[in-house]
Design a protein around this ligand. Structure first.
Ligand code: ATP
Length: 295
């Protein structure tokens, strides 16, 4: 579990980028931090691996203050995927992915074997192993960045707008790949985006931030969609425009399981996996965890 305990960060004595934020992010699920530009998402994310140290307060991982860990060692155990891949331009794909295992002292052959496996895991063709990052598409570069982040087998993966710079079709592919990967790997993922649709698609839990990192609302996508706490959240998720009025349809009406939450545009925003008979037909307020985008 990752816990922010009353953290504040002021850069250069400016007004705080985040102020008195306390948040617990559960292990082995995807928490999405979403908010408009400047709300402090990246600042919070980078506090986890000490790319940013709080001005006051602390961040704990499984009860241990990250400030007690040397940043370099800490970062080797935490995968990080930035918006623009951050790949080393003069190293081949395979070497980029193998970076952390090599730094951890693995023999080169074993590190390359692991890197090849990861290329397969993230859906990269083996023929790309010898290319340099500039010889890849933006989407392929982001896949390499995900593989590189996974190479040290970290428990935690930090993703900072990782698909923000790729076109919508590739972006949708990468989002689905992320869900597939998480289904297999069960990492603790903190994902930053300013795109509420992406947040609802990927997040087991979504944290909507106001300026200064203040939490406007957190919950499952279905909770937030069904019950925005105030006008700010309603405006942010678009429900004030009637765009997201929720309905629930059942894919298997006879059992009542696997109900699909659908917005007013017919856009599926989640699935409620419930044992047969637990939800009345047409229940308008899904509360179950395990909300997930319909396939
Ligand atoms: N290194 C820095 N030095 C000075 N100010 C900074 C620095 N990094 C961020 N800030 C300021 O802190 C505030 C929060 O920035 P942050 O990048 O955390 O927000 P964000 O929600 O991730 O925004 P975006 O979506 O635009 O990336 C902003 O006002 C920003 O200008």
């Amino acid at each position: 579990m990752i816990e922010f305990i009353d953290v504040t960060k002021s850069y250069d004595g400016d007004a705080p980028a985040v102020e008195n934020v306390s948040l617990r992010l559960p292990a082995r699920s995807i928490t999405v931090l979403v908010g408009s530009s400047g709300s402090g998402k990246t600042t919070l994310l980078r506090m986890v691996n000490r790319m940013v140290d709080p001005t006051s307060g602390r961040v704990e991982i499984d009860g241990e203050d990250v400030a007690a860990r040397p940043p370099v060692a800490l970062r080797r155990g935490i995968g990080y995927v930035p918006q623009h891949s951050g790949l080393l331009p003069h190293r081949r794909v395979i070497d980029n992915i193998a970076t952390v295992p090599l730094l951890n002292g693995e023999p080169k052959a074993a590190a390359h074997r692991r890197a090849s496996e990861l290329m397969d895991v993230v859906g990269l063709d083996a023929s790309l192993a010898g290319r340099y990052p500039a010889q890849l598409s933006g989407g392929q570069q982001q896949r390499v960045a995900v593989a590189r982040a996974l190479a040290g087998d970290p428990n935690i993966l930090l993703m900072d707008e990782p698909f923000g710079a790729v076109d919508p079709i590739v972006r949708a592919e990468l989002q689905q790949e992320t869900l597939r990967l998480q289904h297999e790997l069960r990492k603790t993922i903190v994902f930053v985006t300013h795109d509420i649709d992406e947040a609802f698609l990927l997040g087991d839990e979504v944290v909507i931030l106001r300026r200064g990192g203040r939490v406007a609302q957190r919950g499952t996508p279905a909770d937030i969609l069904a019950d925005p706490v105030d006008a700010f959240v309603a405006a942010f998720i678009g429900s004030d425009r009637g765009r997201r009025r929720l309905t629930i349809s059942s894919r298997r009406p006879t059992t009542g399981a696997d109900r699909v939450v659908v917005d007013a545009g017919g856009y599926p925003v989640g699935v409620i996996a419930a044992p047969a008979g637990q939800l009345a037909a047409g229940d308008p307020t899904p509360r179950s965890r395990g909300t997930r985008m319909a396939g």
